[in-house]
Design a protein around this ligand. Structure first.
Ligand code: ACO
Ligand code: KIV
Ligand code: MG
Length: 511
């Protein structure tokens, strides 16, 4: 089954015979995202990850732009990757020489061709720009490098002139022409027409580079491939200038799952690649982004969860599964949850409530959700253990007091007073910072029981120094069971300790 759109079986057959190559420009256009600089060693890691993912080419940087960029392009070229490593150059020989010094596989040279860019940036006539482009392509080819030529702002360039400059670049030996929609003004129908007519008038290998100013970069890239483009330029998470570029994961999955094209991407690595770039670029992705977002395969509504638990295709595309993209399906609990979702989450950890107990647990979950709180699995297990009578509410650890001492000349120290089973427990610990000290002290409350904090994150919910800190902890016990717990508090130490104690209470309820 190929979803929805297949309209024409003959077209589907033709698409399945075509491989669209993927040119990744995360390390060049992606790094042009305002405010982003990816550290040198992280660029090397990202390049290796992109190679593992199976991209066909990596634009590693713009060597003339800084000594650091040149050094990282050079190092990436030395890695001996399967992908072609490419460097960017303006139409000036010193830029090309900088790429040559890096010993890249391919040099991407560009010149503005729209009237507005040509007149206001390089200040050359059409004829001068064409002659310069030809000279630069010849210069690259005379040094034995593969050459990609971009008539920059192609989509706002006079069509006849665009054909003329592409033909001239082809005659000069250029291997592939990239068509940049530099300011993202195309719509899919105009993109189809442009690529179709370019192929007809100046037949050669085409690549497409779309910006997302109107949110159409992915759609335009995919349509360009439909119209005959051989390669698409993308960035991980769609990062890049202004509103960004076409997104690697979204373009690849639409090309393959919906349109039936082939790519060389090992899609099971898409999510880990997205998370790596999120971390190293500092650009956090919203949960609802397609494919790699935390919500992309999450279901909270009771009706959806029941359907998905019975057959995933009910409320998922089916032609794309979480496994295909390195994701997990998650059944989330909250005010919209239903009995099927609660039961499945409990049974997954060996808790089997009766019908009445299940109804009671669900009612309590909805109560928590109605108070505007996220319902974590820790909340669920605590509620379930109380309802199932496995643990009286008085047996849970109750936090009474937290005090911390920290500063530049004291070792961060925390003291915690808590109550469990009617007994008061006090513990004190030092740590690398106040949060670390407090978490160590909180763990000591449970004596010999050993826990491992598998994940820990703090985020500021609102702006300003008075913002609420939300802490998320994933805690595992010695038997490998783990729970996620969250807490929000204006004090980061309190939020951390509360989240940890929620998680410990939940795990002890599962014993
Ligand atoms: C659409 C794109 O993404 S294009 C790539 C954009 N990326 C970047 O600009 C990031 C890296 N850039 C840089 O580090 C710097 O801009 C540099 C090193 C390239 C140039 O720096 P500077 O010499 O200080 O020039 P500046 O950035 O102020 O202006 C750009 C210059 O390049 C020229 N230029 C722009 N594009 C081209 C081109 N394709 N071919 C030749 N010259 C060009 C401009 O006309 C201008 O020249 P001028 O100084 O003679 O007026
Ligand atoms: C360098 C070129 C291809 C570019 O990034 C653009 O036009 O957006
Ligand atoms: Mg660009």
């Amino acid at each position: 089954m190929r979803g929805v759109v297949f309209y024409d079986p003959e077209q589907e057959k033709q698409n399945s015979n075509r491989t669209i190559t993927i040119f990744d420009t995360t390390l060049r256009d992606g790094e042009q995202t305002p405010g982003v600089t990816i550290p040198f060693d992280k660029k090397i890691e990202i390049a290796s990850q992109l190679d593992k993912l199976g991209v066909d080419a990596i634009e590693a940087g713009f060597p003339i732009s800084s000594p650091g960029d040149k050094e990282s392009v050079k190092r990436i070229a030395e890695l001996g990757l399967h992908a072609d490593v490419c460097g960017l150059a303006r139409s000036v020989t010193k830029d090309i020489d900088a790429c040559i010094d890096c010993d890249v596989d391919m040099i991407h040279v560009f010149i503005p061709t729209s009237d507005v860019q040509r007149e206001y940036t390089i200040k050359k006539t059409r004829e001068e720009a064409l002659n310069t482009a030809v000279e630069m392509v010849e210069y690259i080819k005379s040094h034995g490098f593969k050459c990609m030529f971009s008539p920059m702002d192609a989509t706002r360039t006079n069509f006849d002139y665009l054909v003329e400059i592409i033909k001239a670049a082809k005659a000069a030996g250029c291997d592939i022409v990239n068509i940049p929609d530099t300011v993202g003004v195309m719509v899919p129908s105009s993109m189809y027409e442009l690529i179709y007519n370019l192929k007809k008038n100046a037949d050669m290998k085409y690549d497409i580079h779309c910006h997302n100013d109107f949110g159409l970069a992915n759609a335009n890239s995919i349509t360009a491939a439909e119209a005959g483009a051989d390669q698409v330029q993308v960035t991980v998470n769609g990062i890049g200038e202004r509103a960004g570029n076409a997104s690697l994961a979204e373009v690849v999955m639409a090309l393959t799952s919906i349109y039936g094209f082939k790519t060389n991407i090992k899609t099971e690595y898409l999510t880990e690649t997205s998370k790596m770039v999120e971390k190293y670029s500092g650009i956090k992705m919203p949960p609802m982004i397609p494919i790699c977002g935390d919500n992309a395969f999450s279901h909270e509504s009771g009706i959806h969860s029941q359907g998905v638990l019975a057959k995933s295709e009910t409320f998922e595309p089916g032609i794309m599964t979480p496994e295909m993209v390195g994701q997990k399906r998650r059944i989330i609990l909250g005010k919209h949850a239903g009995r099927h979702a609660v039961l499945q989450n409990l049974e997954a950890v060996g808790i089997h409530p009766t019908e009445d107990q299940l109804n009671e647990i669900l009612a309590k979950i909805k109560e928590i959700g109605d108070r505007g709180k996220t319902v974590t699995d820790a909340d669920l297990y605590v509620v379930a253990s109380v309802v199932l009578g496995k643990k009286g509410i008085d047996e849970a650890i109750k936090l009474k007091e937290v005090s911390v001492m920290t500063g530049n000349i004291v070792t961060p120290t925390a003291v915690i007073r808590a109550e469990s089973n009617g007994k008061e427990i006090i513990s004190a610990q030092t740590g690398v910072g106040p949060v670390d000290a407090a978490l160590r002290a909180a763990e000591e409350i449970v004596g010999d029981t050993k826990y491992k904090i598998e994940e820990f994150s703090i985020e500021a919910i609102s702006g300003g120094s008075d913002s609420l800190a939300r802490v998320t902890i994933v805690l595992a016990n010695e038997r490998g069971k783990s729970v996620t717990a969250k807490s929000a508090n204006a004090d980061i130490v309190m939020a951390s300790v509360e989240a940890l104690i929620n998680a410990m209470n939940a795990l002890s309820g599962m014993d």
